[in-house]
Design a protein around this ligand. Structure first.
Ligand SMILES: Cc1ncc(COP(=O)(O)O)c(C=O)c1O
Length: 409
């Protein structure tokens, strides 16, 4: 039987002297990899042949991805960052490119590496993706392209952005780093805009170790990326483009090929984890959640909540610290936003009120396939317990004030 003392300890958050809900810290992120046997099944022949780069596994992966994503061309590259850098260059962008500020810095870096001036557009209050209305507002005669992000795998307002880009004769590129496995209106991401670029690093649902995929319906662009990833040379020993060394190796392709059949179940599991979090946290005051538009499917590469400190009773940072005391690690994806980072401080950064507000309150909770429901529920309980404790503290202060006033009257 629990003693009164035990019960009291169970309701007190660890940061206030209670017992941590988790005895040990568990991982924030854990990639679910294919079995080593499956990966080696693909890789073994390449290894034995000595054809460990520029060979058939990369081609096999490209064909499998193009078929799965219903897009004409897929070009495998060394990373999403190198893919974005090459796509912006191959599309001939110059001057300004409109980008969200609420993203990982690799999005902006791709623009800076090309000597482009990033112009930041604000995000939508509910989806946290770029707001197409603000994108249009930021277009000037120097704008040559729009580079937007499917944040955490949540598809952007694709058609609105495509119409906008076409109306203003701008190139449209999607940073789909988080989006392998997402669907927009029942179509997989991959075939929208001029190009989409995926990341295959270990925090993503399709993992190659390191790697990226450029997908496009534009044959000229696909050919340029095939050349550019190989120093700009397609075999003539006389480069057509100023390229770089950004090929994907056969080992990375083998890992990705073995991991492809796992993606659908990963998306389903992450959606289930997200649903548990949202259902259990929604009754708390001061928390908001990312909206996925009807008909869309997110990968939930990350799951973040937004904390309004006044209503919740704690700041985002205080919540993160209190969760760490419970042995729950969190992240702030993506804070600070790009326009608050030193590399980007001199670029256009006005009218970003929603980006500022949302990123100031963002906290990302652990999400991965092997996280049991019970752990997810305990994490939400840690947050509920903190909120209750804060509310009772507030009530006690109000009571004391009332008694004081009553005694004085
Ligand atoms: C939005 C976004 N874009 C680009 C990247 C870069 O991906 P990579 O590490 O494959 O270059 C990341 C990495 O997580 C990202 O989150």
């Amino acid at each position: 039987m629990q003693s009164t003392n035990d019960l009291t300890l169970a309701t007190i958050p660890a940061i206030h002297g209670g017992r941590p809900l988790f005895a040990e810290r568990f991982r924030f992120c854990r990639p679910l990899l294919p079995s080593i046997g499956n990966a080696l099944k693909y890789y073994q022949a390449a290894y034995v042949n000595g054809t460990i780069t520029n060979a058939s596994l990369v081609k096999h992966l490209e064909a499998a991805v193009a078929e799965r994503l219903q897009v004409k061309h897929c070009v495998a590259v060394s990373s999403c960052t190198s893919g974005l850098m090459m796509v912006l260059r191959a599309l001939g962008l110059s001057g300004e490119v409109i980008v969200p500020s609420f993203t990982f810095f690799a999005t902006g870096h791709a623009a800076l590496w090309n000597g482009l001036r990033p112009v930041f557009a604000d995000c939508d209050e509910e989806t946290w993706n770029v707001d197409p209305i603000d994108v249009e507002r930021k277009i000037t005669k120097r704008t040559s392209g729009i580079l937007v992000v499917h944040l955490y795998g949540n598809p952007c307002e694709v058609e609105t952005l495509e119409q906008l880009a076409s109306r203003h004769h701008l190139k449209l590129i999607f940073d789909a780093a988080h989006g392998f496995g997402s669907r927009h209106r029942d179509r997989p991401l991959g075939g929208f805009g001029d190009a989409e670029v995926f990341s295959l690093s270990p925090t993503k649902l399709l993992v190659a170790g390191e790697g990226g995929l450029v997908t496009t319906n534009d044959a000229t662009l696909a050919r340029a990326i095939q050349g550019m990833r190989n120093y700009g040379d397609l075999g003539a020993y006389d480069p057509e483009w100023l390229g770089m060394s950004a090929r994907m190796s056969e080992f990375n392709a083998a890992l990705a090929l073995a991991g492809m059949p796992l993606v659908e179940a990963k998306v389903a599991r992450r959606n289930r984890v997200a649903k548990i979090y949202t259902n259990l946290l929604a009754p708390l005051p001061g928390l908001r959640f990312q909206k996925v538009l009807p008909g869309d499917l997110s990968t939930y590469k990350d799951y973040s909540i937004h904390v309004s400190s006044d209503a919740f009773g704690m700041t985002r940072d205080a919540l993160a610290e209190a969760l760490l005391a419970e042995n729950v690690e969190t992240k702030k994806y993506f804070f600070p936003p790009l326009h608050k980072q030193r590399l980007y401080s001199s670029f256009h950064s006005v009218d970003l009120a929603r980006t500022n507000h949302i990123t100031n309150g963002i906290v990302s909770l652990p999400i991965y396939e092997s996280l049991p429901d019970a752990t997810v529920e305990q994490v939400t309980y840690a947050i509920v317990r903190l909120a209750r404790f804060k509310a009772s503290e507030k009530q006690a202060i109000a009571n004391k004030r009332f008694q004081h006033v009553a005694a004085g009257s």
